[in-house]
Design a protein around this ligand. Sequence first.
Ligand code: NAI
Length: 283
Amino acid sequence: MNIQKIMVIGAGQMGSGIAQVCAMAGFQVILHDMKQDIAEKGLSFIQKQLQRQVEKGKLSEQDKVKTLQRLTPSASIEDAKEVDFIIEAVIEKMEVKTSLFKQLDTLAPEQVILATNTSSLPITEIAAATNRPDRVIGMHFMNPVPVMKLVEIIRGLATSDEVYQQIEDLTKKLNKTPVEVKDFPGFVSNRILMPMINEAIFTVYEGVAEPEAVDEVMKLGMNHPMGPLTLADFIGLDTCLYIMETLHEGFGDDKYRPCPLLRKYVKAGWLGKKSGRGFYQYS
Ligand code: NAI
């Protein structure tokens, strides 16, 4: 199918990044969220990102304007009727994703591929909420989307070869590098990354070291560009918790048990950079 118009659902940090790269690659994009003001906030975030690129001399003013013209913020889910491809980037909760996919399945034309940017949830289960499991696929972008080259592509049990190929081609058109992985909790990226972040939180919880010290050890000692707790704040502590819960439930092993301190921070509303406070404070 010829993809020209894309709908991105969820205008948070990932959805707005995905919408930005799609628009920069020449696609028409509807950036959808539950409320119009959230969708518009996503768009103004993109505007700022593009302006920064212009100031750095990496993007022309004309390309910025053209990119913005391709983006439409929306709060109407009915827009799903008018698009050629849909990618979802809402909260990392299975019940939210399955109810959304059920709804999208009734609205989107039957040939439309429904992709999810989930970081850990089973694609097969999300696909089973629809009547088109062959046309559901995982397309896992990394944060920040405009900068990071990788997209993990995850087939559900029923995803067709044709759909896989179309999504691999689309990923390349977005200037990203696709890597195919199997549908297991956390895929590859978060199965490896998230237990490390969780362990870093345990070292703080057990009083082994302060957050600054943990991050310094991993940066200077292991050559990581960013410490694990800074990275956790950046990803969102709620998202980190949901991913650990998925790993714990999916593999059943105690080594995936979310650290109680992570739970406590999320309950307190300390979600990291996006809420202004996590392991660090942000103005
Ligand atoms: P976020 O909290 O920044 O944004 C989520 C957005 O979804 C919010 O704007 C919210 O209003 C919207 N939303 C929630 N339910 C909705 C619904 N039913 N319909 C429409 N919009 C809805 O979260 P973030 O970080 O953008 O994560 C989104 C997804 O991307 C999650 O599945 C997460 O696991 C995944 N992801 C996150 C990464 C990260 O580093 N934060 C990296 C890769 C994937």
